[in-house]
Design a protein around this ligand. Structure first.
Ligand code: MEV
Length: 401
């Protein structure tokens, strides 16, 4: 059983195209962000599992003896009881004793939401046969509830750390190495468990967010099939958080209802979003091998068309319209990313763009009350770190700084 401290991190994500459509079997193109969630797991001998979320001031502890451990068979059978809207599942039905959920809910993951609870559920050390006594601390650079995959990054870190602590997967970190990643097979298992965490939080997620957080880089995702986009140019993106809170679960349910109500209208929209993703993937491939300025014009057109489709699906918001207007006034093109309804938008930054134009756009967005960052995309997926390699982060996460 584990004897030393584990330090795990995983990235948030940005969806370039395909949000919502991906829930209905279409393609999503998603990339890992260079904003991460960190988890520190420390073995204990106090007979408890303790969860500490310093970003939001939550601390919770359970007696190890009272926790129910599950194996992975329910995942293979596909009979995991996904919670329905307004109908929280009775996870205790999964076992005779109390089971553990380290998933904050009902709204989202790490951050400032006061509604974060620690509920009972099936998740977390379900991978283990004998549950060790542990202290778990999680902190994040990702704003919660903003469409950047903060809940998925949380679930991925938790799954990776607990599977490692229970020796279901090896610790990939070798002596004298600062950061290591797991084998493909181990990543598959981490992703599977993280997806179950996402289901607890979001009800019926597509799985794209946890896949990007697990593998990192740039991915094409369709119905659980993940392939990495090998040939991608180094896109620069302005990421803007409108700070308007929203619920992914409610927005996904809203699109589903619209599809049921108007199938002949909504299905073609989803098909069109799928075609946008396909065109974008094609152009990104061309840009990587034979870059030409016209390709950015195509990417901008695709962004505009998709943003209109997302509005027609009912996941727009006045704040996102404002974001698009402000960036359009500076000659730039934007769309929402993630679930929409507020949250974040992305703006493509052409390589020929002068920095003072970018700064002017950022200032105009800040004047609307939005936060924005220039980001590079394609960060590495879930990773194990030596404590010394991230000393500053650990100290900050533990509130020592
Ligand atoms: C959320 O980041 C993306 C959605 O497509 C939901 C999902 O894929 O689960 C809106």
């Amino acid at each position: 059983m584990l004897s030393k401290v584990l330090l795990v991190s995983s990235p948030g994500k940005v969806i370039l195209h395909g949000e919502h459509a991906v829930v209905h079997g279409k393609v999503a193109l998603a990339v890992a962000l260079n904003l991460r969630t960190f988890l520190r797991l420390q073995p204990q001998s106090n007979g408890k599992v303790s969860l500490n979320l310093p970003n939001i001031g939550v601390t919770q502890a359970w007696d190890v003896a009272r926790l129910q451990l599950l194996d992975t068979s329910f995942m293979e059978q596909g009979d995991f009881p996904a919670p329905g809207p307004g109908n929280p599942p009775d996870f205790r039905k999964l076992g005779q004793t109390q089971s553990l959920n380290l998933v904050p809910g009902p709204r989202l993951s790490l951050g400032t939401s006061p509604s974060v609870l620690v509920r009972e559920s099936h998740f977390a050390p379900a991978c283990c046969r004998a549950l060790p006594s542990l202290d778990i601390t999680v902190w994040s650079e990702l704003p919660p509830g903003a469409g950047l995959g903060s809940s998925a990054a949380y679930s991925v870190c938790l799954a990776a750390a607990l599977l490692t602590a229970c020796e279901d997967i090896p610790n990939p970190l070798e002596d004298s190495v600062h950061t290591s990643r797991w084998s493909e097979e181990d990543l598959q298992l981490i992703n599977k468990w993280a997806f179950q965490g996402e289901r607890v939080i979001h009800g019926n997620p597509s799985g794209v967010d946890n896949a990007v957080s697990t593998w990192g880089g740039a991915l094409r995702y369709q119905q659980g099939k993940i392939s990495s986009l090998d040939r991608t140019p180094a896109l620069q993106i302005l990421l803007t958080n409108t700070k308007v809170p929203r619920s992914t679960k409610a927005l996904v349910a809203g699109v589903r209802n619209r599809l049921i109500k108007f199938p002949d209208i909504v299905e073609p929209l989803l098909t069109s979003v799928d075609a946008i993703s396909a065109e974008c993937e094609h152009v990104l491939g061309e840009m990587a091998s034979a870059p030409a300025p016209e390709q950015y014009l195509v990417l901008e057109e695709l962004i505009d068309m998709n943003q209109h489709h997302l509005n027609a699906l009912g996941v727009g918001h006045a704040s996102l319209d404002q974001l698009c207007r402000v960036t359009a006034a500076h000659g730039l093109h934007s769309k929402l990313t993630g679930a929409g309804g507020g949250g974040c938008g992305i703006t493509l930054l052409r390589p020929d763009l002068e920095q003072d134009k970018v700064e002017a756009t950022k200032q105009a967005l800040a004047a609307c009350g939005f936060d924005c960052w220039e980001t590079s995309i394609g960060a590495p997926g879930v990773s194990m770190h030596s404590a010394t390699s991230l000393e500053g982060h650990v100290r900050q996460g533990l509130g020592i700084l």
